[in-house]
Design a protein around this ligand. Structure first.
Ligand code: CA
Length: 523
């Protein structure tokens, strides 16, 4: 990678075999600009877009990351702007005859001595925040729950200073759905497992309507939720049912929810942060609003951080099916065992069929903003996205909505859609206690349930959105820091945020709604 001074023409090539490079300068570069290696631009090339480093004949591959991200529709002369209209997208790699666990990443030294201050739960998991969550069985109760949450916030939270907040787990599921159809188990187990997220301290309280399809005992069958009082091993689910006869008038419902919250708040308030090893981190990574710099700056920094987390014994999840589909060979070859490689194929195959049922495919992924930011198609986007997973062996695979087991440490492929909200929701269900989110175009994304550390791919975005972005990985393209330095910086930032330092999204209370992944029909 070339790293000249900031204002000089700067083109970044990711691999020595690449026949294109990315223009890094803030406003792009005009035609006639001479690049450091002497190449003269034939066209104006916008920031983040590709320039042909050599002549590319019609039908020949355009290589970025040493991988074809497209095939030239016509002859492309050296110095030309290579945009998506000049490229045919490569066909999706078939899901058979793939390399299975063929790459053995060299064993890296364990990282010891890194800690954070978190809330240790009875099951051994660790929260980075101390939140009361109110689970809901159905969307019908959402309005009532949000009034109750506001009253708890105003009247009760000042009395419980060690509790960080109260969150209503609202969603659009629960009724009007084909609840026994194949795939319906995904939203149900997602909601169940989110209720058990480490940031909620094992406290589970539920508000239901009464007549909905998703009955409380189906959402949380006996034995699936923590027993809160050891003296009452048969403790029933703590449930407020709005249609119950005892509720006379709206305020009786609110009073009931607020009263039920008190014992939970008392137990949460008695908790204190304790120093725990970094291995207790469960980090979910994803990207949103990506540009061509995502795969040059922020995502490689996240990948380096992912390797550090694996070395520290932590759990790190990467996701986003449609953004890894074009890199499936890299995933199956990096799987720790052939069985794990097969699970990757099974998840991506299931997702291919899911898209096919909707008469779509992986190419539905890229957005107008992705393309304006220089990403020609999903093949190019995928190569930049998968770098977030670092270089460790993929130790296990998680199906959507499932919860990680205690021994599922290291690098995990959590198979989820790429949708920011659905990916975040499914990673919460997996047990995520910290979220890392990279963005190039910019998004104010945040979650109420878990801190979200946002990493900007470009200095321009980080400067304009100075109070929304937690870290500027654009300094890598500016030549100020290396990918390794950025990875370490992010690793240390994660330990601080896990210990209670607020992210920008937390300061501004920017919370996106939970969005359950429901592949089953609506009635
Ligand atoms: Ca995403």
């Amino acid at each position: 990678m070339q790293m000249p001074a900031s204002k000089a023409p700067l083109a970044i090539r990711m691999h020595a075999n690449d026949n294109v490079a990315i223009i890094a300068n803030d406003s792009g570069l005009p035609a006639g600009t001479v690049l450091p290696d002497g190449l003269v631009l034939r066209d104006k090339v916008p920031q983040g877009h590709k320039v042909a480093l050599h002549d590319v004949a019609q039908g020949q591959p355009v290589l970025r990351y040493n991988v074809p991200v497209g095939f030239a529709k016509q002859d492309i002369a050296a110095g030309s702007w290579v945009h998506e209209r000049l490229l045919d997208i490569p066909a999706a790699r078939a899901l058979h005859n793939l390399p299975m666990a063929t790459v053995k990443p060299s064993a890296s030294e364990a990282l010891a001595g890194y800690t954070f201050d978190g809330y240790v739960n009875a099951d051994g998991s660790v929260g980075t925040r101390n939140l009361l969550a109110i689970t809901t069985t159905v969307q019908c109760v959402a309005g009532v729950v949000s009034v109750a949450v506001e009253r708890i916030r105003q009247e009760l939270l000042p009395k419980y200073p060690n509790v960080d907040g109260v969150v209503g787990l609202e969603h659009t599921y629960g009724c009007g759905v084909a609840i026994d159809a194949p795939g319906a188990e995904i939203p149900i187990r997602t909601l169940r497992n989110i209720s058990l997220n480490p940031n909620f301290g094992g406290e589970v309280m539920v508000v239901s309507l009464g007549c909905e399809k998703l009955q409380p005992d189906r959402l949380l069958p006996a034995g699936s939720f923590p027993i809160q009082d050891a003296r009452q091993p048969e403790a029933a689910l703590d449930l407020v049912c709005l249609q119950h006869d005892t509720h006379v008038g709206f305020m009786s419902m609110i009073d009931d929810i607020v009263a039920r919250a008190k014992p939970h708040l008392e137990r949460l308030n008695a908790r204190r942060r304790q120093t725990v090893p970094a291995s207790a981190l469960v980090v979910g990574v994803q990207c949103g609003g990506s540009d061509a710099f995502s795969g040059v700056t922020a995502n490689p920094a996240v990948g380096y951080m992912a390797d550090l987390l694996v070395r520290a014994g932590a759990t790190i999840m990467f996701s986003e099916n449609t953004e890894v589909r074009d890199a499936v060979e890299q995933l199956t070859s990096r799987a720790a065992t052939p069985e794990v490689a097969q699970q990757i194929i099974d998840e991506l195959g299931w997702y291919d069929q899911y898209l096919d049922r909707g008469r779509a495919d992986r190419t539905a992924n890229t957005t107008p903003g992705n393309k304006a930011g220089g990403l020609s198609n999903i093949a190019e986007k995928a190569m930049g996205s998968i770098i977030k997973s670092g270089s460790a062996a993929i130790g296990s695979v998680l199906s959507p909505g499932n919860k990680l087991k205690a021994d599922q440490k290291g690098l995990v492929f959590a198979a989820t859609p790429a949708s920011d909200f659905i990916c975040g929701t499914l990673q919460l269900a997996a047990g995520m206690n910290l979220h890392v989110f990279t963005t190039g175009r910019g998004t104010p994304y945040g979650l109420a349930e878990c801190p979200v550390v946002k990493v900007a791919t470009r200095t321009d975005l980080a400067s304009r959105w100075h109070d929304l972005m937690d870290m500027n990985a654009g300094r890598i393209a500016d030549g100020e820091i290396t990918i390794e330095q950025a990875g370490w910086e992010l690793f240390h930032l994660l330990l601080e945020v896990a210990s209670g330092r607020k992210t920008w999204a937390e300061k501004w209370k920017l919370h996106n709604a939970l969005v359950l992944f429901n592949p089953a029909p609506i009635t």
